[in-house]
Design a protein around this ligand. Structure first.
Ligand code: IVH
Length: 682
């Protein structure tokens, strides 16, 4: 066949346009999926893809396997082919404690006869190890780790992952043959979404993001894989022709320059002390990541030193995995009980056979609401998977269906309130069932409101803890609504069990001090439905005094920036209920402040920037951070020259080191309180 010169020109134009489109889309993918810094709008991206698809459908001969249209997945395969690993894929030895890390360091130092320094610190992603092979800069084969000597060919599946480059960036030129290794994983949110969908479809749940990622990447039908938002981080070299990096760090940098996604949280440490501090820091910060990590991988940076150290069996001596305590476990669900909340909501929770999760023993976990229990089909007697991470309340993820006892029955909420016996209703469109007894009949609601009223973000009456609240509301009926606190006498308190003269005085002093709290705190403390701390602050700032707020119309309340109709109606209705107003009037009569003072603007910590780190004893990190802000200070993420104070709890890691280096004042919780005290009195 001969082509006319016009046709030749057209063809050349078309192939050039095709190449342009492939490049533009690959670049957009790299910016979006690898660098997390998109440069073109979604609509523009869609337009380019559309054009590319159109060309390919008219000229299938142009389509190459590394076309971005090929990420949608192919049809089902019969089975995976076997891929031998030319260089075995090793695993890592574990260290569960700081001492074990130091012991590892001593061992390799002894072996080398000189102190080993300079390490990389890489978050250990809990996913599935994979290898990617590139020939002449093009993705040719991807495989699972398998047994380390041979894995499964999952090329079609890996191609669907947007952060796996199909062609490598040419500057600097990549090796003509390159094998890299990394981890395929799913974010927490993607994992939860997939499990929610499975629960709704009655399919068994994945135990954790790792199993979910592994299940997704080992699909024989890559179209299923394409629908799972998998991601990948590259962290190791298998083999490279004609390329010999000097350090692990340099290797990671080269990977990134070729278009691979490397973890932006990778870091370096010089000494073993720094390594230990960084590991401890990650143990506390692990929750801040969008994906699950089960530890930190520590590697000797210098590759010559790595080869000197070598491996024992399948484990290199030059690297170690510092492992966190697991955040999931299975245990038996003994019963489902119900706690009645402040507003009468029935909150079901799981009573579990005690089990160790995330380093502590848990025996209870939240179950959200009735629908959630139904959707996940959680039954008493089930063996369930529980999850606990950081300061988060333990959760029941779902049942292990294979272990269900034959007589287990679906769960139903009680139809009468377990505390006061009033009927339970569930209003249309609401997730929570409620006790209809109200404040008057349901003592649980009175108890919960008092607990909330005295809590730290609210009136902050520290000496009235849970036991005393129970005694005041339930056993001795001294407190009906929170305003009754202000009428308590010393004699009444001393008459209570376990309250001596001194502690009675302390309680009274605390109660007295709470009268000065700004309106924000009072509004929050009253426990109005949908009014959290921030909403209370908006209202207090907008209206200034309780009187103004009481006089406000619904329109005026909803007119406040940030207050929607649902919240507005709840606030307005609350303020027009005689019983509620009676409480407010009593509070006023007892001398409780009802204005938003200057405190929120100036404040004792005004002008200070503070960073909080480590495990604190009496309050959580976020509580301290909230107080800093409330008291006029600013909260920083990292220690710098601008940091005025570091508030450090136990096991404070790299931030503490940094503060020491910079000479930043370091205070503990008591020091923090003292600082507020001191600056309040000037
Ligand atoms: S290096 C010899 N680096 O952890 C080097 N592994 O327990 C072997 N992993 O199979 C791996 N993040 O699945 C390395 N930054 C990282 C890692 C990492 C996660 C996984 C990987 C490996 C397992 C070893």
């Amino acid at each position: 066949m001969t082509l006319s010169s016009a046709a030749v020109g057209e063809w050349a134009e078309l192939t050039e346009r095709y190449a342009q489109l492939v490049e533009a889309i690959n670049r957009a993918n790299h910016l979006y999926y690898v660098l997390d810094a998109p440069e073109i709008a979604d609509a523009e991206y869609d337009r380019l893809m559309e054009e590319l698809r159109a060309i390919e459908s008219e000229h299938p001969e142009l389509q190459s396997p590394d076309s971005p249209t090929q990420r949608v997945g192919a049809g089902p395969a019969a089975q995976f082919a076997v891929v031998p690993h030319r260089v075995p894929m090793l695993s890592l030895a574990n260290a569960f404690t700081a001492d074990a890390l130091r012991a590892w360091h001593e061992r390799i130092t002894r072996l080398l006869g000189r102190e080993v320094r300079d390490f990389t610190i890489e978050p250990k992603i809990d996913g599935l190890a994979i290898m990617l092979r590139y020939e002449q800069g093009r993705f040719s084969i991807g495989a699972t780790r398998g047994d380390g000597s041979q894995g499964e060919d999952i090329t079609a599946n890996l191609r669907t992952i947007r952060s796996v480059p199909l062609t490598l960036s040419p500057d600097p030129p990549p090796p003509s043959y390159l094998e890299v290794r990394g981890e395929v994983y799913l974010s927490q949110t993607a994992f939860q979404r997939i499990n929610d969908e499975r629960a709704a479809a009655g399919q068994p749940l994945f135990a954790n993001p790792r199993n979910c990622a592994a299940g997704s990447v080992r699909q024989l039908d890559s179209r299923i894989t394409a629908r799972r938002p998998l991601d990948v981080f590259i962290y190791a070299l298998g083999e490279a022709e004609g390329w010999q990096p000097r350090t692990q760090w340099q290797m990671l940098e080269a990977f990134a320059s070729w278009g691979f996604r490397t973890n932006p949280n990778n870091a370096r440490a010089q000494t073993i002390d720094e390594v230990v501090a960084a590991c401890a820091d990650w143990e506390h910060r692990r929750e801040s990541l969008a994906y699950e990590i089960d530890g930190v991988v520590v590697k000797v940076n210098d590759l010559d030193v790595q080869s000197e150290l070598g491996a024992v069996g399948r484990e290199p001596r030059w690297a170690i995995a510092f492992k966190f305590p697991p955040v999931q476990a299975t245990t038996v669900l003994r019963s489902i009980e119900v706690n009645v909340g402040r507003t009468g909501s029935l909150n079901p929770f799981a009573v579990l056979q005690p089990v160790q999760v995330g380093g502590v023993t848990i025996s209870q976990a939240t179950l959200h609401n009735e629908d959630d229990i139904r959707r996940k089909d959680i039954r008493v007697g089930d063996t369930v998977l529980v999850h606990r991470a950081g300061e988060v309340i333990p959760q029941v993820i779902g049942p292990i269906l294979s272990k269900r006892p034959p007589d287990a029955v679906p769960y139903a909420l009680p139809t009468i309130c377990p505390v006061c016996g009033s009927p339970v209703v569930r209003p249309e469109g609401e997730a929570m069932a409620r006790c209809t007894g109200g404040f008057a009949r349901c003592v649980a609601q009175r108890f919960e409101l008092l607990k909330h009223f005295v809590s730290r973000g609210a009136m902050d009456i520290e000496s009235v803890g849970e036991k005393l609240a129970w005694s005041l509301v339930i056993d001795n009926k001294l407190v009906y609504d929170p305003s009754d606190l202000y009428a308590l006498s010393k004699d009444q308190l001393v008459a209570l069990e376990r309250v001596g003269d001194k502690s009675a005085q302390n309680i009274l002093d605390n109660i007295e001090a709470s009268k000065k709290r700004p309106l924000t705190r009072v509004l929050y403390a009253l426990g109005i439905r949908y009014v959290g701390y921030q909403t209370a602050e908006l209202l207090a700032r907008a209206f200034g005094t309780m009187d103004h707020l009481r006089q406000a119309s619904l329109e005026e309340i909803v007119g406040v920036e940030g207050i929607g109709p649902k919240i507005g109606e709840s606030v307005h209705a609350w303020l027009h209920d005689a019983d509620n107003l009676h409480i407010v009037d009593k509070l006023v009569a007892f001398g409780v402040n009802m204005t938003e003072q200057a405190a929120t603007r100036g404040g004792p910590l005004a002008g200070l920037t503070m960073v909080v780190t480590g495990r604190l004893e009496r309050q959580s990190r976020s509580q301290i951070e909230q107080r800093i802000k409330e008291l006029g200070g600013a909260v920083g993420d990292s220690v710098s020259k601008k940091t005025s104070y570091l508030v450090a709890g136990e096991d404070a890691g790299s931030k503490l080191e940094k503060a020491k280096k910079l000479g930043t004042p370091i205070i503990d919780e008591a020091g923090f309180e003292a600082l507020i005290e001191e600056r309040s009195n000037v």
